[in-house]
Design a protein around this ligand. Structure first.
Ligand SMILES: NC(=O)c1ccc[n+]([C@@H]2O[C@H](COP(=O)([O-])OP(=O)(O)OC[C@H]3O[C@@H](n4cnc5c(N)ncnc54)[C@H](O)[C@@H]3O)[C@@H](O)[C@H]2O)c1
Ligand SMILES: [Zn+2]
Ligand SMILES: [Zn+2]
Length: 375
């Protein structure tokens, strides 16, 4: 079968994924499920791997441990069940499905106490477990999520996993009637805008350097977007005094009730903390490897009395149930926004695997915050 893979030997000195012919998966464990992939989403995580900026150890160490020469990339996908292992009871060939991308252990302390999203022994599809950039993906049945294709179109169904990230982030605090700032309007920041708007936030302000993303966010229902200049984007770690002044003015000097960090840059984390009001809520979602520096006076930081939340993945299956409700409800406009705006009605945002080239993939990453590979 055709797959986009990364070989150990190609980590150093190269970028991109290799389109390769690899063996189709074969069921070896009773709870395995083989899925014919229809659409797979490309996101910031894949970009990080493409440019060798993230997940080096997780990928290389896990491939070595499995004693195989490559990893199949991809963790957001939708497809059809082809085969199930003898122990699988709740799925059968022909079911349309997506997957939770965290392959949890089901026996660590967190898994046993309702916090599977922070499983101690998790593997992640497309990073430490083979993923979905392939004609067929094999995963354990306990991470498979059935999808009703009469209510959710396949292209949108392929975005349940990252949309779920936004649903999880938005569920950390009650945003109803609140002033909200979102730092970083990549696909997940954009999804968050749609969710927070639907939940009834009083106002939503975005901060984003990329003009394509800013325009898209405008159509997704954000109230106002502040451009971040490229020079500001690359600040080593300090907050941006100019941006913070502008944000303070918008909130009449008070600061925001809730500020989400959805970009994963040190300076953006400090912007998020600086933008929130005393006693407000900071929600940290974006990430990057390495140490981050907090640039506020520590005394003032503590006495600000804010609450900081870290969001990992999605709550299994609570977040998925909310995601399904939001996507299936035709009256709320969520699915329309996801397909018409984020995916530009499929125009330029669907890459058939037969047309894959490194240049085309890079061009699509540059032009579209979100695009799908069709298998
Ligand atoms: N916590 C989790 O479970 C989890 C899961 C998936 C992804 N992530 C991380 O969340 C973040 C968002 O994911 P995504 O797929 O939307 O990523 P993305 O990289 O596609 O989007 C990030 C956006 O932030 C913008 N940006 C860059 N510098 C900025 C700055 N200084 N201030 C504000 N915006 C800035 C970029 O232009 C881009 O639009 C990434 O860091 C990703 O690695 C976290
Ligand atoms: Zn993703
Ligand atoms: Zn666990």
């Amino acid at each position: 079968m055709q797959a986009l893979i990364l070989r150990i030997k190609d980590w150093e000195g190269k970028t991109g994924f290799e389109k390769a012919e690899v063996p189709e998966p074969v069921i070896t464990k009773g709870d395995d499920v083989i899925i014919k992939v229809h659409y797979a989403g490309v996101c910031g995580t894949d970009k990080g791997i493409w440019y060798r900026q993230a997940f080096k150890n997780q990928i290389l160490d896990s491939i070595s441990a499995e004693k195989k020469p490559y990893r199949i990339i991809g963790h957001e996908f939708f497809g059809e069940v082809k085969k199930v292992g003898p122990k699988v009871k709740n799925l059968e060939p022909g079911d349309f499905v997506s997957c939770e991308s965290h392959v949890v252990c089901n026996h660590c302390y967190q898994c046993l106490h309702g916090q599977k999203e922070v499983c101690t022994n998790e593997k992640i599809l497309g990073i430490s477990h083979d993923g979905g950039f392939a004609e067929y993906a094999m995963v354990p049945a306990h991470i498979v999520w059935k999808t009703d294709t009469s209510k959710i179109r396949p292209e949108v169904a392929a975005m349940q996993e990252p949309f779920g990230n936004a649903v999880h982030a938005a569920s950390k605090v009650d945003v109803r009637g609140k002033t909200v700032a979102i730092f970083g309007l990549g696909p997940i920041g954009m999804f968050l805008t749609i969710v927070v708007k639907g939940l009834g936030a009083k106002s939503i302000i975005g901060i984003e350097p990329n003009p394509i993303a800013r325009e898209m966010a405008g159509k997704s229902g954000i109230d106002y977007v502040i451009p971040l200049k490229p020079s500001q984007k690359n600040q080593p770690y300090e907050h941006d005094a100019e941006i913070i002044r502008e944000l303070k003015n918008i909130t009449e000097g008070v600061g925001f009730d809730v500020a989400f960090e959805m970009a994963g840059f040190n300076s953006s984390v400090n912007n998020t903390i600086a933008a929130v009001r005393r006693g407000g809520n900071v929600i940290l979602f974006g990430f990057k490897n390495g140490q981050f520096v907090l640039d506020e006076d520590y005394n003032k930081l503590v006495m600000k009395g804010m609450t900081m939340h870290c969001v990992a993945g999605r709550q299994v299956w609570k977040t998925w149930e909310t995601t399904r409700t939001l996507m299936e409800d035709a009256s709320n406009g969520v699915q329309e926004k996801l397909f018409n705006i984020i995916l530009n009605r499929g125009e330029g945002t669907i890459l058939p695997i037969s047309e894959y080239t490194k240049e085309r993939f890079e061009d699509m990453m540059a032009k579209h915050p979100k695009f799908l590979i069709q298998f």
